[in-house]
Write a protein that binds this ligand. Structure first.
Ligand code: ADP
Ligand code: MG
Length: 567
């Protein structure tokens, strides 16, 4: 029997499909980019598996994807001879979304089509984009290495459910048949399809082929030109983008390639493409996305680069090549030094991996630094998306502490705004004569930081204070104690190093301490063990009193953090 079954989509998929059909109509043609991108991924996976089992090619090692259409039936077919899917894989990949945090993501959607389509772009729709143009999708697939009778057919109208059935499928790979909606018939046209392929898929590594009819025998200038046979012809350039030299690649091509490797729908913010020869030989193509992924703060968020060895795809999400605090970087590294049979375990303790990681980390920090110096607007966009991730850096990466610190941006009393755009270098440039420390405060909010009584004396002296109020800031500042030879000092600490009080003022202070002795003793008595000492201080100008922590003590903000963590 065909063992036909009907399955309901996972709730999130059903929601996604509704959104796809209602909000992604502004740029419909990208469905083809997504399906071609999947076919290229399937080819990459087969090539990798075939490294250890060449039989998987079944005598057909020319990997490609073919587009064909049937005007009468109103169908467009995208057929690849990649790795294919088993029945279980079809159910898993085309019926659920595996990314963790998906349910939360959907809970955040507003129901407003325009807003949600923005969000959904960031989420990535992939295969489901087929339903932008189709009211029914049929997928026929057969996994590499299985018999012809191991085929599976998946079919859905993109509403609540889909069917799966067993079929015979001689050819390996996946065939996607789009039953186009009545008003989407423009895609049943050779030129239109060619135009889309060259726009989005030129540098996908496999050819995207279309059938070219042959010419009948004809006469020209008294000569007989013989008939030619029809053949499949590539509509794209089909060279892996990163293997070309920079001068051969346009901006548009870099952007489209990003969407393929990163599975993102938006243009990247920045990229860096480098070929390195000599002691290490590799090519890297690293991208900074424009938007943070929805699951960036999820513990088991998948990240990392695509790894190729000598142009052969090895694995996705190789995390070993960049530290955690750069987990937002997308792209690929193609190494000539790693063995083709490299596994995640081998990667983990390989010297090659270590040196690649060092080099790629430097590369990313360098490209961010350059953007910070050359394009403040772009840098602010980056900072607003990824600044808080980068702040994990000083604790994680001791060797690059200074380079990371250069990239940090803060709100500051200098600007009187909560925009984080002050670098430590800019702060140092504005330091007062004789000032040798960088002052900052960490509080629960920007308003609390800005209005803290701890700032009063510094304000009076015209000294700038950095205003920190993110959850991670206390952690950051615990690991960042120095920059450019200047120590970073919290204004809530005991000694601010502002000892430029004149002798007269010192005398005045002692006099006041004497005068207020009864008050100080009284406060000490009332507060008892809760405090160490009550002192008269020159720190405040407007407020009557404030709490100060000792140099060696935990700051009040850190205490709150520890309490929140249940310690
Ligand atoms: P993504 O490509 O980001 O993983 P998609 O929605 O595009 O997400 O695809 C979902 C999954 O379905 C893929 O990860 C893959 O496992 C499977 N898939 C889709 N298209 C194909 C194909 N042509 N051949 C094999 N597997 C495929
Ligand atoms: Mg995809």
């Amino acid at each position: 029997s065909t063992q036909q079954e009907t399955h309901g989509f996972q709730t999130e998929v059903a929601q996604l499909l509704k959104l796809v059909t209602h909000s992604l109509y502004s740029n419909k043609e990208i469905f083809l980019r997504e399906l071609v991108s999947n076919a290229a991924d399937a080819a990459d996976k087969l090539r990798y598996k075939a490294l250890s089992d060449a039989d998987l090619y079944e005598g057909d090692g020319e990997l490609r994807v073919r587009l064909s259409f049937d005007k009468d039936a109103g169908t467009l077919t995208i057929a690849d001879n990649g790795i294919g899917m088993t029945r279980d894989e079809v159910i898993e990949h085309l019926g659920t979304i595996a990314k963790s945090g998906t349910a939360e993501f959907f809970a955040n959607l507003s129901g407003d089509a325009a807003k949600d389509s923005q969000l959904i772009g960031q989420f990535g729709v992939g295969f489901y984009s087929a339903f932008i143009v189709a009211d029914k999708v049929t997928v026929r697939s057969r996994a590499a290495g299985q018999g012809a009778d191991a085929g599976v057919q998946w079919e859905s109208a993109g509403e609540g459910d889909y069917t799966v059935a067993n079929i015979d499928k001689a050819g390996r790979g996946t065939e996607i048949i789009l039953h186009l909606r009545d008003d989407e018939k423009e895609f049943l046209d050779e030129w239109r399809l060619k135009q889309i392929v060259s726009k989005y898929s030129d540098h996908i590594s496999i050819p995207v082929e279309m059938w070219q009819e042959g010419e009948p025998e004809r006469e020209q200038d008294g000569e007989t030109i013989p008939a030619t046979e029809g053949q499949w012809q590539a509509a794209n350039k089909a060279t892996a983008l990163w293997t070309l030299s920079k001068s051969e690649i346009s901006e548009e091509e870099y952007k489209e390639f990003y969407k393929h490797v990163a599975h993102d729908w938006e243009d990247p913010l920045l990229w860096s493409h480098n070929k390195v020869e000599g002691k290490q030989e590799y090519t890297s193509l690293l991208y900074i996305p424009a938007k943070a992924p929805f699951d960036m703060w999820n513990r088991d968020n998948k990240h990392g680069l695509k790894l190729y060895v000598q142009r052969v795809f090895i694995m996705d999400e190789a995390e070993q090549f960049l530290p955690q605090y750069l987990r937002f970087v997308k792209g690929l590294v193609d190494s000539n030094d790693l063995p083709l049979n490299v596994s995640r375990e081998i990667l983990q303790d390989s010297k090659v991996t270590q040196s690649l990681r060092t080099a790629l980390t430097k590369r990313v920090l360098g490209m961010l630094d350059k953007m910070g110096r050359n394009n403040e607007e772009k840098y602010q966009q980056f900072w607003s998306q990824f600044g808080n991730v980068l702040k994990e850096g000083p604790a994680e990466d001791f060797a690059n502490k200074e380079a990371i610190a250069k990239l940090l941006r803060f709100a500051s009393t200098h600007n009187d705004s909560n925009v984080e755009n002050v670098s430590l270098a800019a702060y140092i440039e504005r330091m007062k004569e004789g000032q040798d420390k960088i002052y900052y405060i960490v509080a629960d909010s920007y308003a609390a930081a800005k209005n803290s009584p701890h700032l009063e004396l510094l304000k009076k002296k015209g000294i700038e204070v950095l205003l920190l109020s993110e959850r991670i800031d206390e952690w950051l500042m615990n690991h960042l104690t120095e920059f450019d030879g200047k120590s970073l000092v919290s204004v809530t600490r005991g000694d601010l190093g502002l000892d430029d009080l004149s002798d007269e003022e010192m005398a005045e202070q002692e006099k006041q301490a004497e005068e207020h002795k009864p008050l100080l003793e009284r406060v000490q008595e009332v507060l008892g063990d809760k405090i160490k000492e009550v002192k008269v201080s020159q720190r405040l100008t407007d407020s009557p009193a404030c709490i100060v922590t000792d140099e060696q003590d935990m700051s009040s903000q850190m205490i709150k953090l520890m309490q929140a963590a249940g310690q």
